[in-house]
Each structure stands twice: as C-alpha cells, then as structure tokens.
Design a protein around this ligand. Structure first.
Ligand code: SF4
Length: 199
C-alpha cells in the first residue's frame, strides 16, 4: 500500500537549524520543535530551503534589515536559490500534493507578511538596545520565490510566516496558528492528526 501522505511543507532553513541565525538570535538550540511536532502529527514531509544569509553574510553577520540586504547581488543570489527550490516543488505541485511554505516573519530574507525594515539603518550597529524594527512586507528570498512561481505560471502554495524574528512574538501561539493554516492547505483531505500512522 502506498505510504505517501502527499503533503509537503517547504520550510525556511532555520526552522530546522537555529544555528544559522545571527549571533544571539536563536530561540531554540536546534530545531523549532513546535512547528515539526504539528507537521509530523499531520504527516507532512519537509523540504528545507537553504538559508541565504549564512552563505552571504556568514555566521558572524549582524542583524540587518531588508533595506541593507536589498542589493542586486543579494537579490540575484536569492533568485538563484528560489529557482532551485521551485525546480523541486513544482514536481509536487504537478502531482497535486498539498503544499505550504513556512517562512519567518520579521526576517529581511524569509519574512512572509512582515520583514525587518528601517530605511535609516546603516553603518556601525549601535542599536543593540533598540527593538528590531519590523514592517509589513516580504523578505527578499520570499519575494524571489513568489516571482519564480509566477514566472513559471504555477499557483503559489499557501505561505505562512512564523514570527520568530518579531520582538515579543508569542512562541506558544505556533501550534494553534499552524493547525489552522494546515486545515486550509489539506482542504477536503482533512487533518490526519487523530489517526495513528501504521508502521
Ligand atoms: S530567516 Fe531565513 S535568512 Fe534568516 S536565518 Fe532563517 S533561513 Fe536564514
């Protein structure tokens, strides 16, 4: 009997690897457990996107905002990454699998509804005690991802942002938020959580 759930979650890299966050920004030692607790229960497979900032800025990078990352070179790099991600994802979409993209709200690269933003930020990062500024809008990788789906004439999967880069975000809200979003993605397949999977 076929075991595939035909459900995939395309997730920002740091949800599975908090070691990729800027210094002091990691909220979990490794995996953001509440996200994967729900995805595992609902039998979603995981497609981990690459972290654009680690290769671009390294592990010693500062916490920057979208206006600082928004350069032709960084956009081009994110475009290339987005193209590689969509090369894979479009196979699942063609198979009519249920798909959700889970990014990081507040991130200048992976924000879905909110991205770190401040047009005044530049130079020496002397803003340690200032609350990280966030505004409505997408991060650069998410914008490029959206463009890539559009360029190929594909429907963009549902996009959800987990607000891990928004100051004061309530970590306890993750499970409830994800449960709600997954219902809209699985549609008439329903949620499977109450059923125990057979080995
Ligand atoms: S939010 Fe995106 S860019 Fe930032 S650490 Fe996570 S994967 Fe990397």
């Amino acid at each position: 009997m076929a075991k595939r759930s035909r459900r995939i979650a395309i997730v920002s890299h740091c949800l599975l690897n908090q070691n990729s966050k800027p210094y002091l920004d990691a909220l979990y030692p490794g995996i953001v457990n509440p996200v994967f607790h729900v995805l595992e229960r609902e039998h979603f497979g995981i497609v981990q996107m690459p972290c654009p900032e680690v290769a671009y800025g390294g592990l010693k990078r500062w916490w920057q905002v979208v206006e600082q990352y928004d350069t032709p070179i960084y956009r081009g790099y994110c475009k290339e990454l987005a193209s590689n991600v969509v090369d894979q994802v479009e196979q699942y979409l063609a198979n009519k699998d249920a798909a959700i993209i889970i990014g990081i709200d507040g991130s200048p690269s992976c924000g879905v509804h909110y991205a770190g933003s401040n047009s005044q930020w530049q130079g020496r990062p002397n803003v340690v005690d200032t609350k990280y500024p966030v505004a409505e809008g997408k991060g650069i990788l998410m914008l490029e991802l959206e463009k890539e789906f559009n360029a190929r004439g594909l429907n963009i999967p549902k996009m959800l942002g987990i607000g891990l880069d928004i100051p004061g975000f309530d970590l306890k809200s993750i499970e409830g938020m994800l449960n709600e979003e997954l219902k809209t993605v699985t549609g008439n397949m329903g949620l499977m959580g109450s059923k125990k999977s057979s080995p």
